[in-house]
Design a protein around this ligand. Structure first.
Ligand code: SAM
Length: 331
């Protein structure tokens, strides 16, 4: 039998993420009117187990909270900002921000929201945007060419993120030679890496982080993915993925949360923090919310939930602004 192209298997991991999100939205863990528009045949998809719904909820809330804190911090200084989402897949955060569902009117300060992914995934998303008024009416006029779309604020572009820094530089950065470049290196720029760096080697993801640190004056990064997979739980998880032709080549390079902060300090981000989803659930999610979601579905195994949440983390880092996100760091 023909072996599937490994990149195709990586692209398809977006289906897992978007189906999990759709399930969590339908059960009312999360409020997101946009995800159903980005998933093909949403009515045919079954719900995911409670454990997956809760994990999806915590991950989404944690990243949203950090994004909003970063926007608030920059709004206070009056600066325009940029957000770049690596391996964005079917992510809906742009629409939630642009409509005020997330962050109220903070999105006014966003000069550019850029999503990058493989061409097959950006093309699928562009088609969904074209056929859904709820999605395209938010963008205003948009130019589509090939697998990319550029509007006033939102842009989506096909790119293999394992490319060298020269390719990133040439394609993404506005300059005298490249006046149509999508990003301005002088603006505060938040890089979202939600479950994407794990599919690259350590060299590739390190070089990506280093490039953002070297290129932008005020970069910040948020990473979400798995870690600590060198135990029995991790082996099961990796075998599971391997059976679907997905490998995680870089995931064992930074096996602890301390290693995850070192990952930043080694690559040009001296101020870094990392928390497991288990800690975020027990110490950072509003107890009222925890109470609300605990009543949505029966969860019979709290231990199992904690074991899973212990293998995922959210981390964030800055090159030059140590006091951003104080609410989170101090609470
Ligand atoms: N960030 C989204 C989320 O969290 O819902 C999607 C996550 S999905 C698990 C991983 C995404 O990263 C896929 O859309 C995949 O195509 C993309 N991706 C992985 N490696 C990539 C690479 N080298 N270049 C571009 N995109 C990549």
């Amino acid at each position: 039998s023909r072996r599937r192209n490994p990149d195709e298997s990586i692209r398809q991991t977006d289906g897992d993420a978007s189906q999990a999100r759709l399930s969590a939205v339908r059960k009312r863990y999360l409020n997101d009117p946009f995800i159903a528009l980005l998933v093909p045949q949403p009515h045919l998809l079954p719900s995911r187990p409670p454990l997956i719904n809760i994990g999806t909820y915590i991950r989404s809330e944690a990243i949203d909270e950090l994004v909003v804190s970063w926007l608030q911090h920059n709004a206070a200084s009056g600066s325009k900002v940029q957000i770049v989402s690596l391996g964005a897949g079917s992510d809906t955060r742009f629409w939630r921000l642009a409509t005020g569902l997330l962050g109220g009117d903070l999105s006014r300060s966003i000069a550019r929201y850029l999503e990058l992914d493989f061409a097959e995934n950006t093309s699928t998303k562009i088609r969904a945007i074209q056929v859904n008024k709820e999605l395209n009416s938010v963008l205003g006029e948009a130019q589509i060419s090939g697998a990319s779309l550029v509007s006033d604020v939102y842009a989506i572009r096909d790119m293999d993120l394992r490319n060298s820094r020269h390719v990133l530089q040439d394609i993404l950065i506005k300059s005298d030679e490249q006046p149509l470049g999508l990003l301005d290196t002088s603006l505060p720029t938040l890089v979202l890496c939600e479950c994407v760096l794990c599919y690259m080697t350590q060299e590739q993801s390190d070089s990506l982080l280093k490039w953002f640190s070297d290129t932008f004056d005020q970069p910040a990064v948020i990473i979400y993915e798995m870690y600590g997979l060198n135990d029995s739980f991790g082996r099961v998880m990796k075998d599971n993925l391997r059976s679907r032709n997905v490998t995680l080549p870089g995931v064992d390079a930074y096996p602890t949360l301390d290693d995850q902060t070192r990952r930043y300090t080694n690559n040009g981000f001296p101020s870094a923090h990392a928390l497991s989803l288990k800690t975020i659930r027990s110490q950072y999610i509003d107890p009222k919310e925890l109470n609300r979601i605990s009543r949505i579905e029966m969860l019979d195994e709290l231990e199992e939930l904690e074991l899973v949440l212990h293998h995922y983390f959210v981390s964030w880092a800055f090159k030059n602004a140590t006091d951003i996100l104080r609410p989170w760091v101090l609470s």
